[in-house]
Design a protein around this ligand. Structure first.
Ligand code: PLP
Length: 427
């Protein structure tokens, strides 16, 4: 099995591109998927998870038929190994890395846990790092601090627009020696894109390293590890149309080592992550990465046009609606809108949208269920009246204008209930 040629990309795009977007009523598609394809529902919660791409579904199915263990030397084992290595190439290509610098894991959370350790060695530096600098808006899997002791972790504030304060980062990095800095490329709640290249310069000037959680950014905005200046990058398959429970740690160069892996045992993933590889999941991750890579420009442009339509409609219906990170002060992902209206209760709004056939979420999916204000909005010093009312709408490659219209229809009803002060809607 050879390397996936980018020419294949065109085939995939033609097979699943424009036509795929508009075939929701098609029996073949409907039998394949889930609520997403139900004509009466609109799935607008892509930052929580994306539907499996058809290419990934096919790869998952095909790879499930391969019996071998990738560590075995016989033909069956070698077939499984080829699937893993081909996926490694496709994931590496998505972020401009060398395949040998990709390590497969069980997802974004495990990858963040693996990456955030004092024991990262580089060619010139073997001593443990004693400081971890985190932006205050990181995902909870980064905020947990990996294997750093609590006392070694420092929060870096963000602006009201949700961008990390680079001056505060430079100040903290200057006081630390060889810190590990962790800054996400795009925030999962607001979609605000962070100044990662500038943060890399700050981290490196202090003799440190930069880890970038690119889970929400990959496939939506350019994400080249070299251009970003990142030393380590976290990816998660299910945000780009691969299966849940698969991810990768990508390193800038082979000079970076993890002498203290999170999961020890066999020598899989070159000793960095023991355990028999999830061959089918990894193969599907590779297929999703390849599709995301070649369809990226078209998908991003389509999502941006739809998001602009959604935001202008949202504000036309309710001029009081505040869209976080809106405006020129902060670049955002092309697919994400986080908004609130003074006094609206997010949990109630999410249920009301659901009843209207629209799936959205309140803040981060991982923390929904907990009725707690978002740490991201708290870090942005959002006023208490808006803090409990933030609803996140996130789009993806199968979203259509009809989905946006359904969302706006539901919003029209909800905002009218809100302005009439109907029970349950207000915070
Ligand atoms: N990082 C970010 C920014 C995320 O949004 C998420 C999931 O929502 C994760 C990490 C965790 O990834 P996973 O769900 O693969 O564990």
């Amino acid at each position: 099995m050879g390397r996936r040629a980018w020419g294949d990309c065109m085939g995939a795009a033609e097979a699943f591109g424009g036509d795929f977007y508009h075939r929701r009523g098609d029996k073949k598609q409907a039998s394949r998927t889930s609520v997403t394809d139900m004509a009466e529902r609109s799935y607008l919660d892509w930052n929580a998870t994306a539907p499996l791409r058809p290419q990934a579904r096919q790869a998952l199915q095909d790879a499930s038929a391969v019996e071998g263990n990738p560590s075995s030397v016989h033909a069956e084992g070698r077939a499984a190994r080829r699937l893993v290595e081909r996926a490694r190439e496709d994931v590496a290509a998505l972020v401009g890395a060398q395949p040998g610098n990709v390590f497969f894991t069980s997802g974004g959370t495990e990858t963040n846990m693996l990456a955030l350790t004092p024991a990262i060695e580089t060619a010139g530096e073997k001593r443990p790092r004693d400081r971890l600098l985190l932006s205050a808006i990181e995902h909870s899997s980064v905020r947990a601090g990996g294997r750093f002791p609590r006392g070694a972790i420092e929060d870096i504030p963000v602006s009201p627009q949700g961008r990390v304060d680079l001056a505060a980062l430079a100040d903290a990095a200057g006081k630390a020696s060889r810190p590990l800095v962790s800054l996400m490329l795009a925030n999962n709640e607001t979609g605000v894109v962070q100044p990662v290249a500038e943060a890399a310069a700050v981290a490196h000037a202090a003799g440190g390293l930069l880890h970038v959680d690119a889970v929400q950014a990959a496939g939506r905005i350019p994400c080249d590890i070299g251009a970003l200046g990142a030393d380590l990058l976290t990816l998660s398959a299910h945000k780009i149309g691969g299966p849940k429970g698969v991810g990768a740690l990508v390193r800038r160069s082979e000079d970076i080592h993890f002498p203290d892996p999170l999961i020890r045992g066999g020598g899989q993933e070159r000793g960095t992550r023991a355990g028999t590889e999830n061959v089918a999941g990894i193969a599907a991750f590779g297929a999703a990465a390849a599709a995301a890579h070649c369809q990226f420009a078209a998908e991003a442009a389509r999502m941006l046009a739809l998001r602009n339509l959604l935001e202008s409609g949202l504000q036309a219906i309710s001029p009081r609606a505040v869209i976080f990170g809106f405006g020129a002060a902060a670049a955002r992902l092309p697919n994400t809108t986080l908004f609130a209206v003074e006094g609206m209760k997010a949990e109630t709004a999410v249920i009301a949208f659901d009843l209207e056939g629209v799936a959205v979420s309140s803040g981060a999916a991982c923390s929904s269920g907990k009725v707690q204000p978002s740490h991201v909005l708290a870090a942005m010093a959002v006023l208490p009246g808006l803090l409990r009312g933030a609803v996140r709408v996130s789009l993806g490659w199968t979203t259509t204008e009809a989905d946006v219209e359904r969302f706006l229809g539901a919003w029209r009803k909800l905002s009218s209930a809100l302005s009439k002060g109907e029970r349950g809607m207000a915070a």
